[in-house]
Design a protein around this ligand. Sequence first.
Ligand SMILES: Cc1cc2nc3c(=O)[nH]c(=O)nc-3n(C[C@H](O)[C@H](O)[C@H](O)COP(=O)(O)OP(=O)(O)OC[C@H]3O[C@@H](n4cnc5c(N)ncnc54)[C@H](O)[C@@H]3O)c2cc1C
Length: 510
Amino acid sequence: MPSQEQSLNLQERAHPCAVWFRRDLRLDDNRCLQEAFKRSKGRIIPIYVLDPREHEPNLLGWPKCGAFRGQFLLEALSDLRMKFKRMGSDLVVRIGPPEEILPNLVDQHGATHLYTLDPQDHREAEVIRLVSEGCYREGVEFVEIEGSTLYDYSRIPFAEGELPQSFIEFRRILERDASPKPPELAIKKVLPLPMGLRAGNLPKLESMNLTEFPQDPRSTISFIGGEANGLKRLKDYVWERKLISYSSTTRQGLGGEQISTKLSAWVNLGCLSPRRIWYELLAFEAKHGGSQGVYQLIYHLTMRDFMIFHAKQMGEKLYQVEGLRELPKVWEEESERFAMWYQGYSGFPLIDAFMRELSTTGYISPRGRQIVSSFFVKQLRLPWTWAASCFETLLIDYHPAITWGAMQSVAGVGVDLPQVSDHPIESGYAVDWEGAYIRFWVPELASVPPEYIYQPHLLNEEQQAYLGLYLGQNYPHPIVSPPDFTEREPTPRERNQELIMERLKRYGKL
Ligand SMILES: Cc1cc2nc3c(=O)[nH]c(=O)nc-3n(C[C@H](O)[C@H](O)[C@H](O)COP(=O)(O)OP(=O)(O)OC[C@H]3O[C@@H](n4cnc5c(N)ncnc54)[C@H](O)[C@@H]3O)c2cc1C
Protein backbone atom coordinates (compact mmCIF):
# COMPACT_ATOMS: atom_id res chain seq x y z
CA MET A 1 0.00 0.00 0.00
CA PRO A 2 1.49 3.44 -0.88
CA SER A 3 2.33 5.74 2.02
CA GLN A 4 0.49 9.06 2.37
CA GLU A 5 3.55 10.85 0.88
CA GLN A 6 3.57 8.54 -2.16
CA SER A 7 -0.18 8.98 -2.57
CA LEU A 8 0.26 12.74 -2.67
CA ASN A 9 2.71 12.44 -5.57
CA LEU A 10 -0.01 10.83 -7.66
CA GLN A 11 -2.15 13.96 -7.35
CA GLU A 12 -2.20 14.82 -11.07
CA ARG A 13 -4.20 11.73 -11.86
CA ALA A 14 -6.84 12.19 -9.16
CA HIS A 15 -9.84 14.50 -8.91
CA PRO A 16 -10.62 16.24 -5.63
CA CYS A 17 -13.10 14.80 -3.19
CA ALA A 18 -15.08 16.98 -0.80
CA VAL A 19 -15.73 16.13 2.85
CA TRP A 20 -18.76 17.72 4.48
CA PHE A 21 -17.89 17.87 8.20
CA ARG A 22 -20.85 17.65 10.56
CA ARG A 23 -20.50 15.79 13.85
CA ASP A 24 -16.96 14.68 13.12
CA LEU A 25 -14.84 17.77 13.67
CA ARG A 26 -11.54 15.90 13.95
CA LEU A 27 -8.73 14.34 11.92
CA ASP A 28 -8.23 11.28 14.14
CA ASP A 29 -10.32 8.21 13.28
CA ASN A 30 -12.26 10.13 10.67
CA ARG A 31 -13.47 7.61 8.10
CA CYS A 32 -14.91 10.20 5.71
CA LEU A 33 -11.52 11.88 5.52
CA GLN A 34 -9.73 8.56 5.12
CA GLU A 35 -11.98 7.46 2.28
CA ALA A 36 -11.81 10.84 0.55
CA PHE A 37 -8.03 10.82 0.97
CA LYS A 38 -7.66 7.41 -0.62
CA ARG A 39 -9.84 8.23 -3.59
CA SER A 40 -8.48 11.72 -4.27
CA LYS A 41 -4.84 11.01 -3.39
CA GLY A 42 -4.92 13.82 -0.87
CA ARG A 43 -6.87 16.40 -2.93
CA ILE A 44 -9.46 16.98 -0.27
CA ILE A 45 -11.88 19.88 -0.01
CA PRO A 46 -12.95 20.02 3.65
CA ILE A 47 -16.18 21.95 4.15
CA TYR A 48 -18.33 22.99 7.09
CA VAL A 49 -21.75 24.56 6.54
CA LEU A 50 -23.47 26.41 9.35
CA ASP A 51 -27.16 25.74 8.80
CA PRO A 52 -29.28 28.65 10.10
CA ARG A 53 -32.17 26.23 10.76
CA GLU A 54 -30.07 24.75 13.58
CA HIS A 55 -30.25 28.14 15.26
CA GLU A 56 -33.93 28.89 14.94
CA PRO A 57 -36.18 29.10 18.02
CA ASN A 58 -37.32 25.77 19.45
CA LEU A 59 -40.58 24.67 21.07
CA LEU A 60 -40.00 27.09 23.97
CA GLY A 61 -39.07 29.97 21.66
CA TRP A 62 -35.45 29.66 22.86
CA PRO A 63 -32.52 29.28 20.43
CA LYS A 64 -32.10 25.59 19.58
CA CYS A 65 -28.37 25.94 20.11
CA GLY A 66 -27.54 28.08 23.12
CA ALA A 67 -24.40 30.11 23.75
CA PHE A 68 -22.40 27.35 25.50
CA ARG A 69 -22.69 24.93 22.60
CA GLY A 70 -22.39 27.73 20.04
CA GLN A 71 -19.10 28.87 21.54
CA PHE A 72 -17.84 25.26 21.78
CA LEU A 73 -18.66 24.73 18.10
CA LEU A 74 -16.75 27.86 17.04
CA GLU A 75 -13.71 26.70 19.02
CA ALA A 76 -13.90 23.26 17.41
CA LEU A 77 -14.09 24.81 13.93
CA SER A 78 -11.16 27.05 14.66
CA ASP A 79 -9.12 24.04 15.85
CA LEU A 80 -10.01 22.06 12.72
CA ARG A 81 -9.18 24.99 10.45
CA MET A 82 -5.81 25.37 12.15
CA LYS A 83 -5.06 21.68 11.56
CA PHE A 84 -5.81 21.96 7.83
CA LYS A 85 -3.81 25.18 7.59
CA ARG A 86 -0.80 23.46 9.15
CA MET A 87 -1.02 20.93 6.32
CA GLY A 88 -1.10 23.74 3.73
CA SER A 89 -4.85 23.55 3.11
CA ASP A 90 -7.85 25.17 4.83
CA LEU A 91 -11.36 24.48 6.06
CA VAL A 92 -13.97 25.93 3.72
CA VAL A 93 -16.78 27.53 5.72
CA ARG A 94 -20.14 28.69 4.47
CA ILE A 95 -23.39 29.80 6.11
CA GLY A 96 -26.76 28.74 4.68
CA PRO A 97 -28.86 25.64 3.96
CA PRO A 98 -26.41 22.85 2.99
CA GLU A 99 -28.63 21.66 0.13
CA GLU A 100 -28.39 25.12 -1.49
CA ILE A 101 -24.64 25.44 -1.00
CA LEU A 102 -22.92 22.07 -1.28
CA PRO A 103 -23.91 20.53 -4.64
CA ASN A 104 -22.85 23.66 -6.55
CA LEU A 105 -19.76 24.30 -4.52
CA VAL A 106 -18.30 20.84 -4.90
CA ASP A 107 -19.19 20.62 -8.58
CA GLN A 108 -17.69 24.04 -9.39
CA HIS A 109 -14.36 22.98 -7.93
CA GLY A 110 -14.20 19.70 -9.76
CA ALA A 111 -14.93 17.30 -6.89
CA THR A 112 -16.24 13.94 -8.02
CA HIS A 113 -17.45 12.79 -4.59
CA LEU A 114 -18.92 14.34 -1.47
CA TYR A 115 -18.37 12.33 1.74
CA THR A 116 -20.26 12.84 4.97
CA LEU A 117 -21.28 11.03 8.16
CA ASP A 118 -24.48 9.04 8.24
CA PRO A 119 -27.40 10.89 9.89
CA GLN A 120 -28.07 10.58 13.63
CA ASP A 121 -31.78 11.26 13.52
CA HIS A 122 -34.69 11.84 11.18
CA ARG A 123 -34.13 15.63 10.86
CA GLU A 124 -30.49 15.24 9.84
CA ALA A 125 -31.55 12.49 7.46
CA GLU A 126 -33.90 14.91 5.69
CA VAL A 127 -31.17 17.52 5.07
CA ILE A 128 -28.80 14.80 3.91
CA ARG A 129 -31.41 13.51 1.49
CA LEU A 130 -31.78 16.99 -0.05
CA VAL A 131 -28.01 17.41 -0.38
CA SER A 132 -27.63 13.99 -1.96
CA GLU A 133 -30.38 14.78 -4.49
CA GLY A 134 -28.63 18.03 -5.36
CA CYS A 135 -25.34 16.16 -5.82
CA TYR A 136 -27.04 13.64 -8.06
CA ARG A 137 -28.29 16.48 -10.28
CA GLU A 138 -24.75 17.91 -10.50
CA GLY A 139 -23.24 14.51 -11.26
CA VAL A 140 -21.35 14.37 -7.95
CA GLU A 141 -21.36 11.04 -6.13
CA PHE A 142 -22.69 11.37 -2.58
CA VAL A 143 -21.24 8.96 0.00
CA GLU A 144 -22.53 8.47 3.57
CA ILE A 145 -20.14 6.81 6.00
CA GLU A 146 -20.69 5.59 9.54
CA GLY A 147 -18.36 6.98 12.12
CA SER A 148 -19.88 8.62 15.17
CA THR A 149 -20.70 5.59 17.32
CA LEU A 150 -18.68 2.87 19.01
CA TYR A 151 -20.34 0.01 17.10
CA ASP A 152 -21.31 0.35 13.45
CA TYR A 153 -25.04 0.48 12.85
CA SER A 154 -24.64 -1.63 9.70
CA ARG A 155 -22.88 -4.39 11.67
CA ILE A 156 -25.14 -4.73 14.72
CA PRO A 157 -26.88 -8.09 15.05
CA PHE A 158 -30.44 -6.72 14.85
CA ALA A 159 -32.61 -6.50 11.77
CA GLU A 160 -34.24 -3.18 10.81
CA GLY A 161 -37.14 -2.55 13.20
CA GLU A 162 -35.99 -5.25 15.64
CA LEU A 163 -33.81 -3.21 17.92
CA PRO A 164 -34.56 -4.27 21.52
CA GLN A 165 -36.40 -1.65 23.57
CA SER A 166 -34.43 -2.53 26.66
CA PHE A 167 -30.83 -1.41 26.95
CA ILE A 168 -29.93 -4.45 29.05
CA GLU A 169 -31.08 -6.78 26.28
CA PHE A 170 -29.40 -4.69 23.57
CA ARG A 171 -26.08 -4.73 25.38
CA ARG A 172 -26.20 -8.44 26.17
CA ILE A 173 -26.65 -9.42 22.53
CA LEU A 174 -24.32 -6.77 21.18
CA GLU A 175 -21.42 -7.74 23.43
CA ARG A 176 -21.90 -11.39 22.54
CA ASP A 177 -22.26 -11.02 18.76
CA ALA A 178 -20.45 -7.84 17.70
CA SER A 179 -17.37 -5.79 18.40
CA PRO A 180 -16.25 -2.26 17.58
CA LYS A 181 -13.72 -1.68 14.81
CA PRO A 182 -10.36 -0.23 15.86
CA PRO A 183 -9.91 3.50 15.23
CA GLU A 184 -7.96 4.75 12.21
CA LEU A 185 -4.99 7.08 12.47
CA ALA A 186 -5.27 10.74 11.50
CA ILE A 187 -4.20 11.74 8.01
CA LYS A 188 -0.94 13.66 8.11
CA LYS A 189 -0.94 15.49 4.78
CA VAL A 190 -3.36 16.89 2.25
CA LEU A 191 -2.91 19.02 -0.84
CA PRO A 192 -3.89 22.72 -0.93
CA LEU A 193 -7.44 23.75 -1.82
CA PRO A 194 -8.19 24.09 -5.55
CA MET A 195 -7.19 27.48 -7.03
CA GLY A 196 -9.90 30.09 -6.69
CA LEU A 197 -11.71 28.39 -3.82
CA ARG A 198 -12.18 30.96 -1.08
CA ALA A 199 -12.07 29.43 2.41
CA GLY A 200 -14.48 31.97 3.97
CA ASN A 201 -14.51 33.38 7.48
CA LEU A 202 -15.38 31.35 10.53
CA PRO A 203 -18.85 32.21 11.81
CA LYS A 204 -19.25 34.28 14.94
CA LEU A 205 -21.73 33.89 17.78
CA GLU A 206 -23.85 36.59 16.11
CA SER A 207 -24.15 34.36 13.02
CA MET A 208 -26.09 32.01 15.32
CA ASN A 209 -28.20 34.82 16.81
CA LEU A 210 -26.22 34.50 20.04
CA THR A 211 -24.26 37.02 22.05
CA GLU A 212 -20.91 36.86 23.84
CA PHE A 213 -21.09 35.70 27.43
CA PRO A 214 -18.54 35.54 30.26
CA GLN A 215 -17.32 32.04 31.25
CA ASP A 216 -18.48 31.22 34.77
CA PRO A 217 -15.47 30.42 36.98
CA ARG A 218 -17.59 27.83 38.84
CA SER A 219 -17.68 25.50 35.81
CA THR A 220 -16.32 22.05 36.77
CA ILE A 221 -13.85 22.14 33.88
CA SER A 222 -13.05 24.58 31.15
CA PHE A 223 -14.97 23.21 28.18
CA ILE A 224 -13.04 24.41 25.14
CA GLY A 225 -14.05 22.88 21.83
CA GLY A 226 -11.67 21.14 19.44
CA GLU A 227 -9.95 17.82 18.92
CA ALA A 228 -6.78 18.88 20.75
CA ASN A 229 -8.70 19.66 23.94
CA GLY A 230 -10.81 16.50 23.76
CA LEU A 231 -7.73 14.29 23.41
CA LYS A 232 -6.05 16.21 26.23
CA ARG A 233 -8.97 15.60 28.61
CA LEU A 234 -8.99 11.89 27.69
CA LYS A 235 -5.27 11.55 28.30
CA ASP A 236 -5.44 13.44 31.56
CA TYR A 237 -8.45 11.53 32.95
CA VAL A 238 -7.33 8.08 31.88
CA TRP A 239 -3.53 8.01 31.71
CA GLU A 240 -2.15 10.87 33.74
CA ARG A 241 -4.36 11.01 36.80
CA LYS A 242 -5.84 7.51 36.34
CA LEU A 243 -9.20 8.83 37.53
CA ILE A 244 -10.90 6.25 35.36
CA SER A 245 -9.92 3.54 37.85
CA TYR A 246 -12.06 5.17 40.56
CA SER A 247 -14.85 6.65 38.45
CA SER A 248 -17.31 3.82 39.14
CA THR A 249 -17.52 4.89 42.78
CA THR A 250 -17.55 8.64 42.12
CA ARG A 251 -20.02 8.63 39.18
CA GLN A 252 -23.01 8.84 41.53
CA GLY A 253 -21.70 12.17 42.88
CA LEU A 254 -23.73 15.33 42.43
CA GLY A 255 -21.05 17.45 40.80
CA GLY A 256 -17.33 18.09 40.53
CA GLU A 257 -14.49 17.68 38.11
CA GLN A 258 -13.48 14.11 38.84
CA ILE A 259 -16.79 12.28 39.15
CA SER A 260 -17.13 11.47 35.44
CA THR A 261 -15.03 11.99 32.32
CA LYS A 262 -16.76 15.18 31.02
CA LEU A 263 -15.96 13.94 27.52
CA SER A 264 -19.52 14.16 26.22
CA ALA A 265 -19.25 17.62 24.62
CA TRP A 266 -16.21 16.53 22.57
CA VAL A 267 -17.74 13.16 21.73
CA ASN A 268 -21.03 14.60 20.50
CA LEU A 269 -19.48 17.18 18.22
CA GLY A 270 -17.11 14.51 16.97
CA CYS A 271 -13.94 16.18 18.28
CA LEU A 272 -13.27 12.82 19.90
CA SER A 273 -14.10 9.43 18.45
CA PRO A 274 -15.85 6.87 20.73
CA ARG A 275 -13.62 4.22 19.18
CA ARG A 276 -10.51 6.19 20.17
CA ILE A 277 -11.77 6.30 23.79
CA TRP A 278 -12.50 2.57 23.72
CA TYR A 279 -9.08 1.78 22.27
CA GLU A 280 -7.30 3.89 24.88
CA LEU A 281 -9.29 2.11 27.60
CA LEU A 282 -8.20 -1.29 26.27
CA ALA A 283 -4.58 -0.12 26.26
CA PHE A 284 -4.97 1.23 29.80
CA GLU A 285 -6.49 -2.05 30.93
CA ALA A 286 -3.68 -4.04 29.34
CA LYS A 287 -1.15 -1.99 31.29
CA HIS A 288 -2.89 -1.41 34.62
CA GLY A 289 -5.45 -4.20 34.81
CA GLY A 290 -9.23 -4.03 34.53
CA SER A 291 -11.42 -1.80 36.68
CA GLN A 292 -15.09 -1.04 37.16
CA GLY A 293 -14.42 2.47 35.86
CA VAL A 294 -13.21 1.18 32.50
CA TYR A 295 -16.12 -1.23 32.29
CA GLN A 296 -18.59 1.57 33.08
CA LEU A 297 -17.26 3.96 30.49
CA ILE A 298 -17.57 1.32 27.76
CA TYR A 299 -21.04 0.52 29.13
CA HIS A 300 -22.07 4.18 28.78
CA LEU A 301 -20.60 4.55 25.30
CA THR A 302 -22.68 1.50 24.36
CA MET A 303 -25.72 3.20 25.86
CA ARG A 304 -24.98 6.21 23.66
CA ASP A 305 -25.06 3.89 20.62
CA PHE A 306 -28.35 2.42 21.82
CA MET A 307 -29.93 5.89 21.94
CA ILE A 308 -28.56 6.90 18.54
CA PHE A 309 -29.61 3.66 16.83
CA HIS A 310 -33.11 4.03 18.22
CA ALA A 311 -33.28 7.66 17.08
CA LYS A 312 -32.35 6.53 13.56
CA GLN A 313 -35.37 4.25 13.50
CA MET A 314 -37.87 6.44 15.34
CA GLY A 315 -38.34 9.21 12.77
CA GLU A 316 -40.37 12.17 14.04
CA LYS A 317 -41.57 10.07 17.02
CA LEU A 318 -38.36 11.04 18.82
CA TYR A 319 -39.73 14.56 19.22
CA GLN A 320 -43.39 13.74 19.82
CA VAL A 321 -44.94 13.81 23.27
CA GLU A 322 -46.49 10.31 22.84
CA GLY A 323 -42.95 9.00 22.32
CA LEU A 324 -41.81 5.68 20.98
CA ARG A 325 -44.54 3.81 22.82
CA GLU A 326 -47.23 6.22 21.52
CA LEU A 327 -48.74 6.56 24.99
CA PRO A 328 -51.30 9.36 25.29
CA LYS A 329 -50.29 10.59 28.78
CA VAL A 330 -51.77 13.74 30.29
CA TRP A 331 -49.32 16.53 31.14
CA GLU A 332 -50.07 19.86 32.85
CA GLU A 333 -49.01 22.86 30.77
CA GLU A 334 -48.11 25.15 33.67
CA SER A 335 -45.62 27.78 32.58
CA GLU A 336 -45.05 29.25 36.06
CA ARG A 337 -43.93 25.90 37.49
CA PHE A 338 -41.70 25.45 34.46
CA ALA A 339 -40.06 28.86 35.02
CA MET A 340 -39.37 28.08 38.70
CA TRP A 341 -37.77 24.79 37.66
CA TYR A 342 -35.42 26.07 35.00
CA GLN A 343 -34.45 29.21 36.87
CA GLY A 344 -33.49 27.22 39.96
CA TYR A 345 -36.19 28.55 42.31
CA SER A 346 -38.30 25.45 42.90
CA GLY A 347 -37.82 25.41 46.68
CA PHE A 348 -36.07 22.02 46.37
CA PRO A 349 -32.41 22.83 47.01
CA LEU A 350 -31.05 19.87 45.06
CA ILE A 351 -33.10 20.71 41.96
CA ASP A 352 -32.22 24.39 42.28
CA ALA A 353 -28.50 23.70 42.61
CA PHE A 354 -28.49 21.52 39.48
CA MET A 355 -30.54 23.95 37.39
CA ARG A 356 -28.37 26.89 38.42
CA GLU A 357 -25.22 24.97 37.51
CA LEU A 358 -26.76 24.02 34.17
CA SER A 359 -27.83 27.53 33.22
CA THR A 360 -24.52 29.12 34.20
CA THR A 361 -22.11 26.50 32.83
CA GLY A 362 -23.99 24.36 30.25
CA TYR A 363 -23.19 21.11 32.07
CA ILE A 364 -24.54 18.99 34.93
CA SER A 365 -23.52 15.55 36.11
CA PRO A 366 -25.15 12.29 34.92
CA ARG A 367 -26.88 12.08 38.33
CA GLY A 368 -28.07 15.67 38.08
CA ARG A 369 -29.75 15.06 34.74
CA GLN A 370 -31.58 12.01 36.09
CA ILE A 371 -32.83 13.84 39.18
CA VAL A 372 -34.01 17.09 37.54
CA SER A 373 -35.71 15.31 34.64
CA SER A 374 -37.45 12.82 36.87
CA PHE A 375 -38.61 15.64 39.17
CA PHE A 376 -39.90 17.45 36.10
CA VAL A 377 -42.16 14.63 34.94
CA LYS A 378 -43.04 12.88 38.22
CA GLN A 379 -43.48 15.81 40.63
CA LEU A 380 -44.22 18.76 38.35
CA ARG A 381 -46.07 16.62 35.77
CA LEU A 382 -45.05 19.04 33.01
CA PRO A 383 -44.73 17.90 29.37
CA TRP A 384 -41.38 16.13 29.04
CA THR A 385 -40.82 17.82 25.66
CA TRP A 386 -40.41 21.16 27.50
CA ALA A 387 -37.53 19.77 29.56
CA ALA A 388 -35.96 18.25 26.43
CA SER A 389 -36.17 21.63 24.67
CA CYS A 390 -34.62 23.33 27.69
CA PHE A 391 -31.70 20.84 27.60
CA GLU A 392 -31.46 21.37 23.85
CA THR A 393 -30.67 25.04 24.41
CA LEU A 394 -28.58 24.79 27.54
CA LEU A 395 -26.49 21.62 27.35
CA ILE A 396 -22.99 22.06 25.96
CA ASP A 397 -22.98 18.34 25.08
CA TYR A 398 -26.51 18.22 23.64
CA HIS A 399 -27.21 15.29 21.35
CA PRO A 400 -30.79 15.01 20.01
CA ALA A 401 -30.91 11.22 20.25
CA ILE A 402 -29.71 11.19 23.86
CA THR A 403 -31.62 14.14 25.31
CA TRP A 404 -34.95 13.33 23.66
CA GLY A 405 -34.50 9.58 24.07
CA ALA A 406 -33.53 9.90 27.75
CA MET A 407 -36.42 12.27 28.46
CA GLN A 408 -38.85 9.85 26.80
CA SER A 409 -37.49 7.08 28.95
CA VAL A 410 -37.88 9.13 32.17
CA ALA A 411 -41.44 10.04 31.11
CA GLY A 412 -42.25 6.36 30.57
CA VAL A 413 -42.96 6.69 26.84
CA GLY A 414 -39.60 5.58 25.45
CA VAL A 415 -36.99 2.86 25.63
CA ASP A 416 -36.08 1.11 28.90
CA LEU A 417 -32.96 2.46 30.51
CA PRO A 418 -31.65 1.39 33.93
CA GLN A 419 -33.18 3.82 36.45
CA VAL A 420 -31.41 5.14 39.52
CA SER A 421 -32.78 6.66 42.73
CA ASP A 422 -34.18 10.08 41.85
CA HIS A 423 -35.83 11.37 45.04
CA PRO A 424 -35.15 15.14 45.21
CA ILE A 425 -34.30 15.00 48.94
CA GLU A 426 -33.08 11.45 49.63
CA SER A 427 -30.73 11.40 46.63
CA GLY A 428 -28.84 14.34 48.08
CA TYR A 429 -28.49 12.84 51.57
CA ALA A 430 -27.31 9.55 50.09
CA VAL A 431 -24.14 11.00 48.60
CA ASP A 432 -23.56 14.45 50.12
CA TRP A 433 -24.81 14.49 53.69
CA GLU A 434 -23.28 17.89 54.50
CA GLY A 435 -24.81 19.45 51.39
CA ALA A 436 -21.54 20.92 50.07
CA TYR A 437 -22.92 20.96 46.52
CA ILE A 438 -26.03 22.88 47.64
CA ARG A 439 -24.03 25.42 49.64
CA PHE A 440 -21.90 26.07 46.55
CA TRP A 441 -24.76 26.64 44.08
CA VAL A 442 -27.49 27.96 46.39
CA PRO A 443 -25.55 30.35 48.63
CA GLU A 444 -28.69 31.63 50.37
CA LEU A 445 -28.78 28.22 52.11
CA ALA A 446 -25.11 28.26 53.13
CA SER A 447 -25.82 28.53 56.88
CA VAL A 448 -28.56 25.86 56.99
CA PRO A 449 -27.55 22.80 59.09
CA PRO A 450 -27.23 19.44 57.25
CA GLU A 451 -30.51 18.01 58.59
CA TYR A 452 -32.41 20.77 56.75
CA ILE A 453 -30.14 21.45 53.82
CA TYR A 454 -32.25 19.42 51.37
CA GLN A 455 -35.55 20.29 53.08
CA PRO A 456 -35.44 23.89 54.37
CA HIS A 457 -39.27 23.95 54.26
CA LEU A 458 -39.15 22.02 57.57
CA LEU A 459 -37.48 24.93 59.40
CA ASN A 460 -39.93 26.71 61.73
CA GLU A 461 -40.18 30.49 61.83
CA GLU A 462 -37.87 30.80 64.81
CA GLN A 463 -35.16 28.69 63.14
CA GLN A 464 -35.55 30.67 59.93
CA ALA A 465 -35.11 33.96 61.79
CA TYR A 466 -32.01 32.57 63.53
CA LEU A 467 -30.50 31.55 60.16
CA GLY A 468 -31.60 34.70 58.34
CA LEU A 469 -33.49 32.55 55.88
CA TYR A 470 -37.08 33.62 55.25
CA LEU A 471 -38.98 31.14 53.13
CA GLY A 472 -41.04 32.90 50.53
CA GLN A 473 -38.70 35.90 50.72
CA ASN A 474 -35.06 34.99 50.15
CA TYR A 475 -35.69 31.35 49.26
CA PRO A 476 -38.94 29.94 47.83
CA HIS A 477 -41.41 27.53 49.42
CA PRO A 478 -41.48 24.18 47.55
CA ILE A 479 -43.54 24.60 44.37
CA VAL A 480 -45.14 21.18 44.91
CA SER A 481 -45.50 18.98 47.99
CA PRO A 482 -42.34 16.99 48.56
CA PRO A 483 -42.75 13.32 47.58
CA ASP A 484 -42.89 10.68 50.31
CA PHE A 485 -39.64 9.19 51.39
CA THR A 486 -39.03 5.74 50.04
CA GLU A 487 -38.53 2.91 52.46
CA ARG A 488 -34.97 1.98 51.84
CA GLU A 489 -31.91 0.97 53.78
CA PRO A 490 -29.79 3.92 54.92
CA THR A 491 -26.52 4.31 53.01
CA PRO A 492 -23.32 3.60 54.99
CA ARG A 493 -22.78 7.36 55.24
CA GLU A 494 -26.26 7.93 56.70
CA ARG A 495 -25.87 4.97 59.04
CA ASN A 496 -22.60 6.42 60.26
CA GLN A 497 -24.26 9.78 60.86
CA GLU A 498 -27.05 8.07 62.82
CA LEU A 499 -24.48 6.32 65.01
CA ILE A 500 -22.70 9.62 65.69
CA MET A 501 -26.01 11.27 66.65
CA GLU A 502 -26.92 8.36 68.93
CA ARG A 503 -23.57 8.63 70.72
CA LEU A 504 -23.81 12.39 71.09
CA LYS A 505 -27.28 11.97 72.62
CA ARG A 506 -26.05 9.25 74.95
CA TYR A 507 -23.25 11.46 76.29
CA GLY A 508 -25.59 14.44 76.68
CA LYS A 509 -23.95 16.48 73.94
CA LEU A 510 -27.22 16.95 72.09
C1 LIG B 1 -32.51 13.86 30.63
C2 LIG B 1 -31.13 13.49 30.18
C3 LIG B 1 -30.56 14.17 29.10
C4 LIG B 1 -29.29 13.82 28.65
N1 LIG B 1 -28.79 14.48 27.56
C5 LIG B 1 -27.58 14.13 27.07
C6 LIG B 1 -27.06 14.76 25.90
O1 LIG B 1 -27.71 15.60 25.28
N2 LIG B 1 -25.82 14.39 25.48
C7 LIG B 1 -25.10 13.42 26.14
O2 LIG B 1 -23.98 13.12 25.73
N3 LIG B 1 -25.59 12.78 27.20
C8 LIG B 1 -26.79 13.11 27.71
N4 LIG B 1 -27.28 12.45 28.80
C9 LIG B 1 -26.55 11.28 29.33
C10 LIG B 1 -25.50 11.56 30.43
O3 LIG B 1 -26.06 12.23 31.49
C11 LIG B 1 -24.31 12.35 29.87
O4 LIG B 1 -23.75 11.66 28.78
C12 LIG B 1 -23.21 12.53 30.90
O5 LIG B 1 -23.69 13.27 31.98
C13 LIG B 1 -22.04 13.25 30.25
O6 LIG B 1 -21.02 13.47 31.20
P1 LIG B 1 -19.67 12.64 31.09
O7 LIG B 1 -19.10 12.73 29.73
O8 LIG B 1 -18.83 13.09 32.22
O9 LIG B 1 -20.22 11.18 31.37
P2 LIG B 1 -19.48 9.73 31.55
O10 LIG B 1 -20.19 9.08 32.61
O11 LIG B 1 -18.01 9.97 31.76
O12 LIG B 1 -19.77 9.05 30.21
C14 LIG B 1 -18.90 9.00 29.12
C15 LIG B 1 -19.66 9.06 27.83
O13 LIG B 1 -20.66 8.04 27.76
C16 LIG B 1 -21.85 8.54 27.16
N5 LIG B 1 -22.94 8.46 28.14
C17 LIG B 1 -22.85 8.53 29.48
N6 LIG B 1 -24.06 8.38 30.04
C18 LIG B 1 -24.93 8.19 29.04
C19 LIG B 1 -26.33 7.97 29.00
N7 LIG B 1 -27.07 7.89 30.10
N8 LIG B 1 -26.91 7.82 27.80
C20 LIG B 1 -26.18 7.86 26.67
N9 LIG B 1 -24.84 8.08 26.65
C21 LIG B 1 -24.22 8.25 27.82
C22 LIG B 1 -21.56 9.98 26.78
O14 LIG B 1 -21.13 10.03 25.43
C23 LIG B 1 -20.40 10.36 27.68
O15 LIG B 1 -19.53 11.29 27.14
C24 LIG B 1 -28.56 12.78 29.28
C25 LIG B 1 -29.14 12.12 30.37
C26 LIG B 1 -30.41 12.46 30.81
C27 LIG B 1 -31.01 11.74 31.99
